[in-house]
Write a protein that binds this ligand. Structure first.
Ligand code: AMP
Ligand code: MN
Ligand code: MN
Length: 324
């Protein structure tokens, strides 16, 4: 796909990504927004996202994001980034009614794409990496570079997760050539946590429970707990990774309550379980090593239902079969 050619005739262009946006969702949207504004100055470009997490505070032009989704006109082109249409939230209707729908994503669970034009590359570590390939390199600038780099560090765990490829590192090398303070961004955007974020992480770790001979671990944060620590869902980022770091654990499950008897599920695995398959079964999706879904029922129902599927994943993988 030639990105600019697809947008050349458009007077109104819209961009959005998934609900509860993470670093890749916010960074990719911001990079595309800045690039299109720069390259197509005649077009009206609108960016819709739920309020970004505080960890994105270093990005320029955050104030341009419309989190009210106030819009009654249709779009000539609408981009869905880092998701299929089902998790666009309030932007889904803008996407569906657009004259041209473009989907750019790297989730294996969205292999076919949801647009008229689809650029879905499951081997890419982040949506930002795909965007980089669609941008003309000579037209990048430092603000676009920071947005792309931020997206990449969040989805690759600062180039540590198994989705990190030589290409990702080559792109990152080009981006840091723009001379922004990348180590400060990594520290403040990815690693640094507030006191309360650390407190609730500590609580979640303390209350975690191991099962399947210690190869699975689960922890749950209730609404009441979130209210007690004055935190919102984006403050819980990183808890599931910390659970997965525990020696002997292959699969980590983290739940938080979104409504009465309804939980957001995050799963991470090291080697044995294809968690994208487990999440997809329950109507969610993601990647082989990181996936999520929303499930109804009590905490025990949710864990029981998930563990059946995770056990099946372990059994499928020869070297992960449980000792009996
Ligand atoms: P999370 O556990 O929310 O950090 O998500 C892990 C990965 O799975 C991310 O790439 C998410 O975009 C993706 N993911 C999470 N929830 C869903 C869902 N309900 N449907 C599809 N993908 C999801
Ligand atoms: Mn994402
Ligand atoms: Mn992503």
């Amino acid at each position: 796909m030639n990105l600019l050619n697809e947008c050349r005739e458009a007077k109104r262009i819209g961009i959005s990504a998934h609900i509860r946006p993470d670093g890749d969702a916010v960074g990719s949207c911001m990079a595309l927004y800045l690039y299109l504004k720069k390259m197509l100055p005649e077009a009206e470009v609108k960016l819709f996202l739920e309020t970004p997490p505080d960890s994105m505070g270093h990005l320029q032009y955050l104030k341009d994001i419309d989190s009210e989704y106030a819009c009654d006109k249709t779009f000539d082109v609408f981009f869905a980034l880092d998701t299929g249409s089902e998790r666009l939230g309030k932007a889904e209707s803008f996407f569906e009614s657009a004259a041209k729908k473009i989907n750019i994503d790297h989730h294996i669970s969205n292999q076919n794409g949801c647009g008229d034009i689809n650029v879905v590359e499951p081997q890419a570590g982040s949506t930002a990496e795909i965007l980089y390939g669609l941008f003309e390199e000579e037209n990048l600038d430092v603000d676009i570079a920071v947005a792309l780099y931020t997206a990449m560090i969040h989805d690759t765990g600062v180039f540590q997760y198994s989705n990190t490829t030589p290409r990702a590192l080559q792109i990152a090398a080009r981006l840091i050539g723009f001379g922004f303070p990348f180590s400060k961004i990594i520290e403040e955007s990815f690693y640094q946590k507030t006191y309360l974020q650390n407190q609730i992480m500590g609580r979640a770790l303390m209350e975690s429970i191991r099962f399947m001979e210690g190869r699975c671990i689960v922890s749950c944060v209730s609404r009441k707990m979130m209210d007690f620590y004055h935190v919102t869902s984006s403050d819980l980022d990183g808890i599931v990774n910390q659970l997965r770091n525990i020696k002997g654990v292959d699969c980590a499950i983290f739940l938080y309550e979104i409504n009465l008897l309804e939980y957001k599920v995050s799963m991470r695995s090291n080697e044995c379980a294809n968690v994208a398959r487990v999440a997809s079964f329950f109507g969610g999706g993601g990647h082989v090593r990181a996936a999520g879904c929303t499930m109804k029922g009590t905490v025990h129902d949710v864990i029981n239902n998930l563990s059946l599927h995770i056990e099946a994943e372990f059994k499928e993988n020869e070297k992960c079969t449980m000792e009996s």
